[in-house]
Design a protein around this ligand. Structure first.
Ligand SMILES: Nc1ncnc2c1ncn2[C@@H]1O[C@H](COP(=O)(O)OP(=O)(O)OP(=O)(O)O)[C@@H](O)[C@H]1O
Ligand SMILES: [Mg+2]
Length: 297
């Protein structure tokens, strides 16, 4: 926008929200500049020919928050692993900040280090992620890999453990924690490197109500600090709180809707089709009847 002495020209009508001045960056449905991720017609099969993703395309702009929605086995976790460069599509292409995400590019130490610094993944199953002898070691691992000083590492660990409310678990063994505690430690470990992009696989699963509410607040605060968030979830009640956009996957592994979260969570026909809500008879008081409803994970 011009800020010169002359009168500003009248605003040009736009069908899309224009970016607001920072800070804080405003949510937008259209990519500004280079997208964080450009996913172009990717397909992926596991060994044995098991199809997980079929011709999926979308872009994610910096500072967007996007939910990935779909029933069990539709491909959400697979997609997050591909976005994290842990596996690669059989066909199609993924770019991260304009660079193709390929074994060859990730073999480049400079690109790989930068990519790992900028992207953090929280796995659906915390046991897959946690490997250190203590919670403190787990959270310190990423910052130490970045080559931060011990003082900085200590400060980061203290901050993220407090942020996730797990300070008192610092000396405990990660594998000997409860499911929800593990999840919170896994999120703390991912945040410890201060990534630009947070990939979250079922972040609310296993969390008690207070921890869920705290995580919603935390994700909103991270958005306000300019982070990009991609979260796979079954929890429809949280979608609008943490994302302005949602992508819905069908049971045949295709992206069948990509729209504002507010529209997606109100599209009953789409949610029924994608097996995100279901329609079965049940009782309110003495009155038995049927209407569609969802179940949080
Ligand atoms: N390691 C694997 N080997 C073979 N097939 C796999 C493997 N992991 C996942 N799959 C299959 O790939 C498909 C997509 O799985 P994925 O875990 O991505 O689904 P999801 O959407 O995350 O499901 P959920 O909601 O249950 O977490 C499923 O059919 C699944 O059975
Ligand atoms: Mg999954």
């Amino acid at each position: 926008m011009s800020s010169g002495g002359a009168a500003a020209p009248p605003p040009v009508p736009s069908p899309v929200p224009l970016p607001a001045p920072a800070p804080p960056p405003a949510p937008t449905l259209v990519p500004r500049g280079v997208p964080v991720f450009r996913v172009d017609a990717i397909s992926f099969r596991y060994p044995g020919g098991i199809l997980a993703l079929d011709g999926v395309s979308f872009e994610i702009a910096p500072n967007e928050a996007v939910c990935l929605l779909g029933s069990n086995g539709c491909g959400k976790s697979t997609l997050l692993r591909l976005l994290d460069g842990l596996a690669f599509p059989d066909s199609g292409r993924i770019e991260a900040w304009g660079r193709p995400l390929l074994p060859a590019t990730l073999a480049d130490e400079g690109f790989s280090r930068e990519f790992r610094r900028r992207v953090g993944l929280v796995f659906q199953d915390a046991d897959t992620q946690l490997f250190s002898p203590t919670v403190l070691d787990e959270v310190a691992f990423g910052p130490l890999q970045l080559g931060l000083s011990h003082e900085e590492v200590r400060a980061r660990c203290r901050d993220v453990l407090a942020l996730l409310g797990v300070e008192r678990l610092a000396d405990r063994e990660p594998h000997a924690l409860s499911g929800g505690e593990k999840k919170r430690v896994a999120i703390a470990a991912a945040l410890a490197t201060d990534p630009d992009v947070l990939l979250l696989d079922e972040p609310f699963a296993g969390l008690d109500p207070r921890s869920q509410a705290r995580l919603v607040d935390l994700l909103q605060a991270l958005r306000a600090r300019g982070k990009t968030i991609v979260a796979a979830t079954h929890d429809l009640s949280a979608v609008e709180e943490i994302a302005e956009r949602a992508i819905v996957f069908s049971e045949d592994h295709r992206a069948v809707a990509d729209a504002p979260a507010s529209a997606i969570v109100r599209d009953v026909a789409l949610l029924l089709r994608a097996n995100l809500i279901h329609d079965h008879p049940h009782r309110h008081g003495t009155l038995a009847h049927a209407h569609p409803h969802g179940h949080s994970s």
